[in-house]
Design a protein around this ligand. Structure first.
Ligand code: SF4
Length: 375
């Protein structure tokens, strides 16, 4: 079981908060697609004999590309890798790229899960975030996706936006739950250095919401998703029964994956590689046969820390049996001793042989994780 990620680094407009690798979308994608196929062929043995059980096309904005190219990518992967029947295939979409024709065409491809970047139902927020769409376009896109027959639908929302209150955030969640969405990814807005939003904050044009408001919005998220029948299976991810993201869950469970495209990362259990973060350099290097990625072997300490970091964010938590088998008694004792105080404070629970965060612990998950990691 393995995953393939394809990074489509193109955007029609740059959002004010985004630091993902992206450039302006070209008129013609053919050179990029050729390079992508060339990389897939060169790295055909990366996953060994493992079957591909999830494919995720993200970005950037995959929906700036015509559907027939998305389909060609999937066909190509099918000729190179052993793609499992029923493989979860997700594509990220931007609301303003979608119309009925686009969705109908997409539905005729093997894509069986779509992720719509809504971010907020409030036009003021969308403007501040520099999104291309407005709330009415998001609503129309959701309706088109649902009426085309896509049931495995996830949306992205952002909370903690400057100027918002808990009441605004509750309205955003309520509005989302009026649609038959099966999955929600909700992220707290972060101010990444170099982004437009970060510059606006530095100049005093906007103010970050305070900690109390931030906690209140996170609590609302937990309460309202639970009341709407969602399972909180990762800090930022919520799903209806049977609809968790297999692709992302596999990242958190440290399943092997191959990342194709500029800036994409790959992981095979013992090493990690990352592709050059520049479209032109990527295409030139892939086609000419020169190096297009760097990598590192993951030593024992890094593997331990990565396991703690990813597992504790999920509802499955830290598996103490797994810790003992991979990191011996030393690793087991280390984590059991350090987690005792978090259990005493009500921030973590031990459930059989796993350690999981309580709702209170989820509020300060980053602090807990960094205390549990090996220095
Ligand atoms: S958030 Fe998405 S659409 Fe906006 S600039 Fe970043 S990658 Fe592009």
């Amino acid at each position: 079981m393995a995953g393939v990620y394809i990074h489509i680094p193109f955007c029609k407009k740059f959002c004010s908060y985004c630091d993902f690798y992206h450039i302006e979308a070209p008129v013609d994608f053919s050179d990029f697609i050729s390079a992508l196929f060339c990389e897939a062929e060169k790295r055909s043995d990366y996953l060994g004999n493992e079957k591909v059980s999830t494919i995720y096309i993200g970005g950037g904005t995959p929906s700036v590309m015509p559907v027939n190219l998305i389909n060609r990518m999937l066909e190509k992967l099918g000729t190179i890798f052993s793609v499992e029947e029923g493989c979860e295939i997700t594509v990220e979409l931007n609301p303003d790229d979608i119309d009925n024709d686009f969705i109908r065409e997409l539905k005729a491809t093997p894509v069986n899960r779509v992720s719509l970047g809504i971010q907020s139902w409030n036009d003021r927020d969308l403007k501040l975030l520099g999104r291309r769409h407005n709330a009415a376009q998001a609503e129309a896109a959701l309706e088109q996706i649902l009426s085309a027959g896509y049931s495995n639908l996830t949306i992205d929302l952002i909370y903690g936006i400057p100027g918002t209150t808990s009441h605004d955030w509750a309205s955003n969640l309520e509005k989302s739950f009026t649609f038959d969405i099966k999955h929600l990814s909700a992220y707290h807005l972060s101010f990444e250095p170099g982004t437009l939003l970060w510059k606006m904050k530095e100049k005093g044009q906007i103010t970050e919401i305070d900690e109390e408001e931030s906690s209140s919005q996170f609590n609302l998220l937990i309460e309202m998703t639970a009341a709407a029948g969602f399972t909180h299976y990762e800090i930022s991810n919520f799903c209806k029964p049977g609809y968790l993201s297999l692709h992302n869950s596999n990242y958190w469970k440290q399943v092997n994956y191959l990342g194709l495209g500029p800036s994409a990362h790959s992981f095979n259990g013992f090493s990690r590689q990352w592709n050059v973060r520049d479209v032109k350099k990527y295409m030139k290097a892939v086609i000419s046969g020169s190096d297009f990625h760097e990598g590192e072997e993951l030593d024992r300490k890094t593997r331990f820390n990565e396991y703690i970091m990813t597992s504790l964010r999920t509802m499955w938590g830290i598996d103490l049996d797994l810790i003992e088998s991979r990191f011996e008694k030393e690793g087991y004792d280390y984590i059991v001793n350090l987690s005792a105080k978090f259990i005493n404070y009500g921030l973590m629970n031990q459930v059989k042989n796993t350690l999981v965060l309580t709702n209170q612990g989820k509020m300060i998950s980053d602090n807990i994780i960094s205390e549990l990691m090996l220095p």
